[in-house]
Design a binder for this molecule. Structure first.
Ligand code: ATP
Ligand code: LTN
Length: 329
């Protein structure tokens, strides 16, 4: 009897992955894959909600998988696949568009509002509808838990609502998933603006530390990172959001707790603190990149092909049950 619960999560191949993606999402997947049936997707159809360069897109897709592997996701244990390889995702998204999702739901999504700003009317319909595709991703696999960063919480809540609405209207098909976020690290902020989350689609690369940045490049970004007024190294999210963010990153990558770091840097200035952080980040990146660089494109394509073969029957069975309930013969 299968008793393990299932986790499902994904990352968009929309640019360089950064330490926020790692600390907020991927690091917890690595821990959880020991205890859960784990399914990790490269959500390429989510990434095309904004324009991607066709010359680079394929490479970006493979790079996400390399990141998963370098972080410690084991393709023998976990299913790793590309969203567009399993057509049930877009099929179920369409069905949920018709049998669940309302314009009013999507109008509430803060990520959409943040991304489009004032230009809502000219935004692509795909960007507006993006949470419904995400709901389809999750619901196809009878997911129990969705481990993500804080910015995705609202989308998982919508997924729960859509699943309940469908079940009520047509009969029980979907399991209702829970969201899981890291205690720390769920929201790593930008180095250039500690009030906005670190984002791979930020306009300036000074916003993020990419997992592929050289230790030297990362050190430069850290030394130039915005700081707060005063000189003390103290964790205070309200008064010192920039230093709190740097302390958080330092703590997560070094395994030292924040209180100990405050003691270690007592009486020292921002410069010393940043040098210490640059060293910790540099060591992490060097180690990560050693693993990242050992994978060839052919290995990755094989992993994706194998992953799609394992994902497809699970997704197709859910879709079959959905269609049956709706009388689609
Ligand atoms: P974009 O900014 O282009 O929308 P992103 O950097 O948010 O992209 P995603 O592919 O959307 O990256 O997110 C992948 C995972 O990383 C999600 O679980 C998301 O919640 C998490 N994540 C993204 N940014 C951060 C962050 N700054 N701190 C913690 N987790 C994050
Ligand atoms: N919307 C998410 C990526 C994503 C996802 C998912 C995460 C797409 N489908 C399913 C968890 C489960 C993002 O932008 N980070």
């Amino acid at each position: 009897m299968e008793t393990k619960k299932t986790i499902f999560s994904g990352v968009q191949p929309s640019g360089s992955l950064h330490i926020g993606n790692y600390l907020g999402a991927i690091a917890q997947w690595v821990e959880m894959q020991k205890d859960y049936n784990s399914i990790f997707c490269v959500v390429d159809y989510h990434a095309i909600t904004v324009r991607q360069d066709p010359k680079r897109f394929g490479e970006q897709i493979l790079d996400v998988v390399k990141t998963y592997l370098a972080a410690g996701i084991d393709p023998k244990k976990s299913i790793i696949f590309q969203q567009s390889h399993v057509t049930a995702h877009t099929e179920l998204a369409w069905i949920l568009n018709c049998a669940g999702a309302r314009v009013a739901d999507l109008n509430k999504m803060t990520q959409f509002k943040e991304k489009v700003g004032e230009s809502k009317e000219s935004a692509g319909v795909g960007l507006f509808d993006y949470p419904v595709l995400m709901a389809a991703d999750i619901l196809l696999y009878n997911t129990d838990v969705v481990p993500v960063g804080e910015d995705q919480k609202q989308h998982v809540e919508l997924t729960r609502d859509l699943a309940k609405r469908f079940n009520n209207a047509y009969g029980e098909v979907f399991k209702i998933p829970d969201v899981k976020m890291q205690k720390e690290g769920a929201r790593i902020m930008g180095l250039d603006d500690p009030l906005k989350k670190m984002s791979k689609s930020a306009t300036s690369p000074a916003n993020y530390i990419a997992l592929t940045d050289t230790p030297e490049a990362a050190a430069k970004k850290i030394m130039r990172a915005v700081t707060d007024s005063g000189a003390e190294i103290k964790y205070d999210k309200e008064e010192k959001p920039a230093i709190a963010n740097l302390l958080n990153i330092y703590s997560l990558l070094s395994g030292k707790n924040v209180k100990d770091l405050e003691k270690e840097f007592k009486g020292k200035g921002y410069g010393d603190f940043k040098k210490g952080l640059a060293e910790v980040v540099g060591n992490f990146l060097a180690d990560f990149q050693k693993k990242y660089n050992q994978y060839g494109d052919k290995d990755i394509k094989d992993i994706l092909e194998h992953g799609a073969k394992r994902a497809r029957p699970i997704a197709e069975e859910t879709l079959r049950r959905v269609k049956e309930k709706m009388g689609i013969i």
